[in-house]
Design a binder for this molecule. Structure first.
Ligand code: ZN
Ligand code: ZN
Ligand code: ZN
Length: 327
């Protein structure tokens, strides 16, 4: 019999199929290269928001997105349109160029390069939180056209929004509710459960853990979180960031060994900007725990998933963790 599983945090259900499939089941078309790469043409950058490294031997650069969806300038202009709500597209839309080389990813360049990328995440969140109009700073990566990547050049993205995105809001509310009921952090509870069960653990270091969640949305989905309870990514210690860089490299290498150059997304879920609505977030420091959700895009999302929010897993998280551990 297949198994229905419920996600503890969001209450979302998934179906884990009984005859769990191995990596060969997922076919990934090779990425096609089209046109000239905008991120290789440094002369055309309108502005450099951040640079890690020297002018002519830089590691990571952050630039405004050349095709921004949100803009930093202007007022929010909240308004009613009939019974509906609208506001101006104020926010920040940045590209983190993860490598000076078009065809060398941070995990190929090694620990120091990955560390510089992670450092850029931290510095951008810190900086954007100074703008009280921005309620949430989402750092994410789309790799490969099938995962929605805008460029083929190694890059991550930053999107700072004047509202808290719905998915985040659900997570923050779920965590707050669990804390209200149990007076414990749901993520710490999940982590202790995973460490004691072992079967879904992919990687573990002194400060970090990577595991396949019990009820994921995607086959081979992996969550990475710090062992020390901490709601805000920008408050992560140097040692934790070193460990995270190591885990990211190992995980990407493992996925590549199983699937080749696969399309994937990852998102960094951290605390919202607490400067606006300071009183709203009084238990946030205790109830939320930053983490990275890593989603390989091995399958297209179909009508059932879109229509119901109910996901079908062709590979169980226990098997996925085993394949990832053993490769
Ligand atoms: Zn390029
Ligand atoms: Zn915690
Ligand atoms: Zn999350």
């Amino acid at each position: 019999m297949h198994e229905l599983r419920k996600d503890l945090l969001l209450g979302r259900w998934v179906v884990v199929l009984k005859d769990s499939k191995g990596p060969d089941y997922y076919y990934i078309p090779s990425p096609e290269e089209t046109g000239e790469c905008l991120l290789c043409q440094e002369k055309s950058f309108s502005k450099e928001i951040l640079r890690i490294g020297e002018v002519d031997s830089w590691k990571v650069k952050v630039i405004p997105n050349p095709e921004p969806v949100l803009r930093v300038e202007g007022e929010l202009g909240r308004r009613g349109v009939g019974i509906y709500d609208a506001m101006n597209s104020v926010g920040a839309n940045e590209i983190i160029i993860e490598s000076p080389y078009h065809d060398k990813t941070p995990e190929e360049l090694g620990l120091e390069q990955m560390r510089a990328v992670i450092e850029a995440y931290k510095l951008r969140i810190e900086d954007l939180h100074k703008d009280a109009r921005l309620r949430y700073v989402l750092v994410y990566k789309n790799h490969g056209r099938l995962a929605g990547a805008q460029f083929n050049h190694p890059h991550s993205s930053v999107m700072a929004t004047p509202i808290i995105p719905k998915r985040l809001k659900e997570e923050l509310d779920g965590a707050k509710q669990y804390y209200g009921y149990k007076e414990r952090c749901i993520f710490c509870d999940i982590m202790h459960e995973e460490i004691s069960k072992v079967s879904r653990i992919v990687l573990e270091t002194s400060h970090m853990i990577a595991f396949c969640p019990f009820a994921p949305r995607f086959p081979f989905e992996v969550w990475i979180m710090p062992k020390r309870h901490n709601c805000a990514f920008q408050e992560t210690s140097k040692e934790e960031l070193d460990d995270l860089s190591h885990i990211m490299i190992e995980l990407l290498r493992k996925l590549k060994a199983l699937f080749g150059d696969l399309p994937y997304n990852y998102v960094l879920h951290t605390a919202p900007n607490r400067i606006p609505r300071r009183n709203h977030w009084h238990t946030l420091g205790d109830d939320f725990h930053w983490h990275i959700e890593f989603m390989p895009r091995l399958q297209r999302t179909g009508g059932f998933e879109w229509g119901s929010g109910f996901y079908i897993l062709q590979t169980s998280p226990e098997d996925a963790a085993k394949f990832l551990r053993e490769v």
